[in-house]
Ligand binder design. Structure first.
Ligand SMILES: NC(=O)c1ccc[n+]([C@@H]2O[C@H](COP(=O)([O-])OP(=O)(O)OC[C@H]3O[C@@H](n4cnc5c(N)ncnc54)[C@H](OP(=O)(O)O)[C@@H]3O)[C@@H](O)[C@H]2O)c1
Ligand SMILES: *[C@@H]1O[C@H](CO)[C@@H](O)[C@H](O)[C@H]1NC(C)=O
Length: 308
């Protein structure tokens, strides 16, 4: 009995050390379920990315966001293969999102581009395939002027073939999303856009929610993290308002920001390749902000993207 208790304590100590936290899911308009927090992977490549996928899955991440543009699908694929071989998860436990780049917007280019992403990832389907941006380009980067309705027909083919369980868009405005909805068989399940405290995008976020299109929030930390700008707008990590909220819940200010995005009904995509920060960023499901706290954080909005 004592030995049993001791092993329980040791087991509890061990699991506490690993502290795996799994995000809840949300139902998309096509019936599929999406984990409400994803690992961002932009700018991570090679062995670092492979190891990051291993660590992320160990600490509980199930949703990974990549893109053909990021040139890390093969590294992420190796990480996915590792965690499945280790028996940590099955393919069906993971939710993999990737994106079609701007130079593959012609209808008949979509499925082949997805097949190339799948080959790099070592998968036979992705959970979510997104049009990365409404801007179509030629291979040299000049504008190609392909109608997004044409591109969307290719996306619908990808879903019908079972190569993508869900399909959606990224960086689309309300009119562009409405145009697809009004002229297509399948609605976009997701619009992935930049959302953070300095760029709350309230009209776009609520329009998507009214249309039943889930919002994935990219660059969730905004200017909280260093974007290489000397005059970055608030809030930053030591912001007094955020610090006060963070202290109330025993959390860090980046965790408060992720929770703020979740409490607005969006799906944040924090990127980290650091072991401790990876763990911190998913540990946001044991508290929630009050509507007043969400409103307080909304006041940081100055309509400023980190990309302009
Ligand atoms: N669809 C699109 O057009 C689009 C555009 C941009 C981004 N995205 C997606 O969104 C993801 C996230 O956006 P992002 O990479 O621009 O920015 P982000 O996730 O807002 O910020 C990433 C930065 O924050 C640092 N960081 C992470 N967690 C932290 C914490 N707890 N405390 C302090 N610093 C922390 C990271 O450094 P460490 O790695 O050292 O922790 C990294 O420098 C991308 O990776 C990509 O998957 C999509
Ligand atoms: C935010 O800025 C964009 C330009 O970057 C502008 O088109 C838009 O109208 C602004 N929104 C608000 C609410 O000021």
């Amino acid at each position: 009995m004592e030995l049993f208790l001791l092993s329980l304590v040791l087991f509890a100590g061990y699991t506490n050390m690993v502290a795996a936290v799994t995000a809840p899911t949300m139902q998309l308009n096509d019936g599929n379920k999406i984990p409400i927090l994803a690992l961002g992977t932009y700018s991570g490549t090679g062995e670092v990315m492979r190891q990051t996928v291993n660590r992320a899955v160990e600490v509980g991440y199930r949703h990974i966001d990549t893109a053909a543009l990021y040139q890390n699908e093969a590294d992420i694929g190796k990480g996915i293969d590792d965690v499945i071989k280790k028996g940590l998860v099955k393919r069906g436990d993971l939710f993999i999102t990737t994106k079609l780049w701007n130079d593959k917007h012609a209808r008949d280019q979509v499925v082949p581009a997805l097949r190339e992403s799948l080959a790099r990832l070592g998968l036979d389907y992705v959970d979510l395939y997104l049009i990365h941006s409404p801007a179509s380009e030629n291979p040299d980067g000049s504008p190609a002027n392909i109608d997004i309705l044409e591109t969307w027909k290719g996306m619908e083919e990808a879903k019908q073939l079972g190569l993508a369980k869900s399909i959606g868009v990224s960086n689309f405005d309300v009119e562009q999303v409405k145009r697809i909805i009004d002229n297509s068989q399948i609605k976009p399940a997701v619009n992935q856009i930049e959302v953070h405290a300095t760029y709350t995008q309230e009209p776009l976020v609520s329009a998507m929610q009214k249309l039943g299109v889930a919002v994935m929030a990219y660059s969730p930390f905004g200017f909280l993290v260093n974007r290489g700008e000397s005059s970055a707008p608030p809030p930053q990590t030591d912001d007094p308002i955020l610090t006060k909220i963070a202290q109330k819940y025993g959390k860090s200010t980046p965790q408060v920001i992720l929770r703020y995005l979740i409490d607005r009904g969006t799906i944040p995509i924090p990127k980290s390749t650091n072991k401790d920060r990876l763990q911190q960023n998913i540990n946001v499901f044991d508290f929630s902000l009050t509507p007043e706290e969400v409103a307080t954080i909304n006041k940081f909005d100055v309509n400023r993207s980190v990309f302009s």
